[in-house]
Ligand binder design. Structure first.
Ligand code: HEM
Length: 390
């Protein structure tokens, strides 16, 4: 216990200070994206100090300290590995396996019994980021990193709230007069996502985010296996909303592949909640089932309208994420990079064009647009609208 606490203390103090110092050195340079050979003394210090703790933790092999501590320790090992990746001490493109053998072993040991990926995930810095005297864990003390984590967490909370409210409709059924209240409350939660993302967009400095925050979210290897970077969306709430609303479905091969891939990046309780959702009949299908008998009922019409309004708001969050955040903070600044750096810009690994088109598909599913090459809810929604005349 003491050893993992000492290591965590190092992560919260010297580690953060060294990363911040390196960021300031890189950012002051003309070619900010070139970090190889810069600040090597500090990089070595991060590597060696972290290594000393990790070797002892591996020998101690004490994994029986409860879920919270094990999950935190996995995050702390992950922050170390992600930092060395960011500073180009490691780079999966030139390695057959991670040179951080002990860190890899410790991460795999912990992750195998937690049932999560053996790397740091978004939850470590957002939903499970315990503050000590008001200070959260982070890679650096840069205001833009705090801003990003703060607004990411606010959006995650709001999405989770919306998902929870929608799940309460399940036992009631979509014809229940109370369903409209839950749809309206879920809509309010999604309005909070929109507001929070708008504020993030207004406040976050594009260059600081692109050059000093985002690089910590790159993929890295743990032993022989490369793991994609964490991203702000690795929580179940957003997918639960997709599935419950019927904008995406778990039997669509495109979407289910995404869920399978994402599952182990989520904390275990999110995995359980998502699996539960995957078994449910969506509200869209439930409304269509009930429409022939209820289409002239005023309560039914009110519920449909409230449901459609939630769908619209969910689509708006997707448009905002893609058209504002991803375009402005990743696509635009990437244009200035050399081809070599450009290749490594995405957190998930694939080339930027591929990532952009995958995110566009998700956006369009959530907007229920009429698009040939995707399985969208467009036609079913039109059918529902024509039943109730809205
Ligand atoms: C995924 C960018 C903030 C939710 C992604 C991806 C990118 C991205 C590029 C694709 C994964 C990858 O990088 O490989 C950004 C940027 C942000 C931002 C530049 C802010 C500056 C947020 C916030 C949320 C969020 C605040 C709200 C919780 C998601 C979700 C995904 C995702 C849910 C997974 C794909 C999906 O289901 O849509 N983001 N993001 N992001 N992000 Fe963000």
């Amino acid at each position: 216990m003491t050893l993992s606490k000492d290591y965590e203390h190092w992560i919260r103090t010297s580690f953060v200070e060294m990363n911040t110092a390196l960021e300031e050195i890189y950012f002051a340079r003309e070619a900010r994206e070139n970090v190889e050979g810069i600040g090597d003394e500090i990089k070595t210090q991060i590597r060696e100090e972290g290594h000393e703790f990790i070797v002892q933790l591996l020998v101690e092999g004490n994994t029986d300290e409860g879920f919270e501590n094990a999950f935190d320790l996995l995050g702390d090992v992950g922050l170390y590995m992600a930092s060395l990746r960011r500073h180009e001490v490691t780079n999966p493109a030139r390695e057959t396996k991670s040179p951080l053998h002990e860190a890899s072993a410790l991460a795999m040991h912990i992750s195998s019994f937690l049932g999560v990926v053996p790397r740091f995930a978004t939850a470590h810095l957002t939903t499970r980021n315990r503050a000590v005297n008001g200070k959260i864990k982070s890679f650096t003390t840069l205001p833009d990193e705090y801003l990003f984590l703060d607004y990411n967490l606010r959006s995650i909370f709001a999405f989770k709230r919306a998902a929870e409210l929608l799940s309460r409709v399940l036992p009631l059924g979509v014809t229940n007069p109370a369903a409209a209240i839950l749809f309206e409350d879920a809509g309010d939660a999604l309005r909070d996502v929109i507001e929070s993302n708008d504020l993030l967009f207004k406040k976050l400095d594009r260059d600081r985010f692109f050059y000093c925050v985002r690089p910590y979210y790159k993929p890295y290897k743990v032993a022989r296996q490369e793991y994609r970077g964490a991203n702000g969306g690795d929580f179940s709430g957003i997918n639960e909303i997709d599935l419950l609303l019927g904008l995406c479905s778990a039997n669509d091969p495109y979407y289910s592949q995404l869920l399978v891939e994402k599952m182990l990046y989520m904390e275990p309780r999110d995995q359980i909640s998502l699996r539960e959702c995957m078994r449910q009949r969506s509200f869209l299908l439930q409304f269509l089932d009930a429409a022939p008998e209820n289409k002239n009922d005023l309560t039914f019409k009110k519920n449909v309208e409230a449901y459609l309004s939630v769908c619209k708001l969910h689509g708006t969050t997707a448009r905002q994420h893609h058209d504002k955040l991803v375009k402005d903070y990743i696509e635009k600044p990437s244009a200035a990079l050399t081809p070599e750096k450009y290749k490594q810009v995405t957190a998930s690994g694939p080339p930027l064009e591929e990532l952009m088109s995958a995110l566009e598909i998700l956006r369009d599913m959530r907007l229920a647009v009429d698009r040939k090459n995707i399985r969208s809810a467009h036609d079913d929604m039109q059918k529902l609208r024509s039943y109730v005349g809205v």
